[in-house]
Design a protein around this ligand. Structure first.
Ligand SMILES: NC(=O)c1ccc[n+]([C@@H]2O[C@H](COP(=O)([O-])OP(=O)(O)OC[C@H]3O[C@@H](n4cnc5c(N)ncnc54)[C@H](O)[C@@H]3O)[C@@H](O)[C@H]2O)c1
Length: 285
């Protein structure tokens, strides 16, 4: 997509962090916006700010784990704007994790419901409408570097983000066989200074708080996120990738070695590498 002016962008997880930065960047490109988030107050405040600056915005309180919420967002977007040309399935969470064998099932389900099913629900609500419109469109799914590598104590997050990468690759191939008008990218950032390490603020009832607090990993994660890349830089990379129709959006080339090491270990049939984990290394029992 070369020209963004007056086109319609849909962003989930738009009230904070990377989603908010993408929405701001799209507004600066002259796009109209359909914004969604589970947190209605910051979302509505953000929409007001954008409107005051002259952007056309609609917004919906959406829980991406619920397919009906995405369906409602899609119906409203097409009703009010008549199109959706850029869809960013971005909402995501990184709750504190325990070792695989101790991670409560409710935490696994919450993480997969938001991070993986949230993306799938967005694709299933919008893509049939995009195909029907038969005009140029682009889908950006937010995964993570954690969708290309793995680390201890982040298993549910790793699994959910690997699933987003695989889904996006499948979608890419299927769209190639279907249309030359609709494109897809997968966004794989490493650490960015957002509220991700405070994902517990949206914890649903029945999901226990902080199962891994005693391992010190989440404290280390908070520090790394705090020192991370400004989300505005990630948003710039997204706009550039959509312009170039680039599938992989890898925003932290300084960490490419981790990806190389993982594939090298597969192809040389050697065991997975253990990297610098920057976390308290206590026995996980
Ligand atoms: N910040 C990082 O270091 C980093 C790195 C790699 C990938 N990511 C990914 O970027 C995406 C955005 O996260 P962020 O870092 O901006 O964090 P953030 O917490 O600042 O923003 C996430 C937004 O998603 C919303 N959200 C949470 N659950 C939701 C739900 N069920 N339905 C709708 N909205 C929901 C939150 O309210 C919040 O506004 C996530 O998918 C995350 O996994 C972030």
């Amino acid at each position: 997509m070369q020209n963004f002016q007056n086109k319609v962008a849909v962003v989930t997880g738009a009230a904070s962090g990377i989603g908010k930065a993408m929405a701001e960047r799209f507004a600066a490109e002259g796009m109209r916006l359909a914004l969604a988030d589970i947190e209605p107050e910051p979302l509505s405040q953000f929409a007001d700010e954008l409107r005051r600056a002259g952007t056309q915005v609609i917004f919906e309180r959406v829980d991406v784990s619920k397919p009906a919420d995405l369906e409602r967002l899609a119906a409203r977007t097409y009703q009010e704007f008549g199109a959706a040309e850029l869809l960013c399935n971005n909402a995501g969470i990184l709750p504190p994790g325990a070792p695989v064998w101790k991670e409560p099932l409710s935490n696994w389900r919450w993480t997969l419901d938001v991070n993986f099913f949230g993306v799938l629900h967005g694709v299933q609500a919008f893509l049939p409408r995009m195909l029907e419109a038969n005009s140029e469109a682009h889908i950006v799914n937010t995964a993570s570097l954690a969708g290309l590598t793995t680390r201890p104590l982040m298993s549910a997050y790793n699994v959910s983000k690997h699933a987003v990468v695989a889904l996006s690759e499948c979608l890419y191939a299927e769209l190639q066989l279907t249309t030359d008008k609709i494109h897809v990218s997968v966004l794989c950032p490493a650490f960015s200074k957002t509220r991700l390490a405070d994902s517990g603020r949206n914890r649903p009832e029945g999901v226990p708080a902080d199962p891994a607090a005693s391992f010190g990993f989440y404290e280390a994660l908070k520090r790394i996120v705090e020192e991370g890349t400004p989300p505005e830089q990630i948003a710039d990379a997204v706009v550039e990738a959509v312009r170039k129709n680039q599938f992989w959006i890898l925003t932290h080339p300084q960490l490419d070695q981790g990806i190389r090491d993982r594939f090298e270990s597969m192809l040389t049939r050697t065991n997975p590498p253990m990297r610098d984990l920057r976390a308290t290394q206590t026995p996980l029992v």
